[in-house]
Design a protein around this ligand. Sequence first.
Ligand code: ZN
Length: 132
Amino acid sequence: MGRLTFGADLLEELGEICRRETVDLGWIAGLGAVSKACLAYYDQRKHEYQSLVIDRPLEITNLVGNVSLRDGSPFVHAHVTLADGAGHAYGGHLAAGTIVFACEYVLEALSGPALERALDETTGLYLWKGSV
Ligand code: ZN
């Protein structure tokens, strides 16, 4: 468990923690606030991400993610739900560029066979190869 750095890139710092702690299989949860959010939505027909930038303070009402391997290195895949001052929520795939105001996280390292991501032709996404 820990606290992320004010002004850090949320996704990048989570990835750095996984590499530093050598966690390549795990589960992440968090809450807090961001000063700017960069989210993505996967267009299932076009097989491409659309980006959504919300350049204002928001609460992290939920952050959930996993850690597995992509190209042999720990890779964080996370989704967030964020709320504004009126309680309206935004959500999506967490992208680089989301800036931490404050964030408390739990990183749970799991044991078991490594999960490696590879391009899945059906979805166009980098999904886990095989199954566990
Ligand atoms: Zn995603």
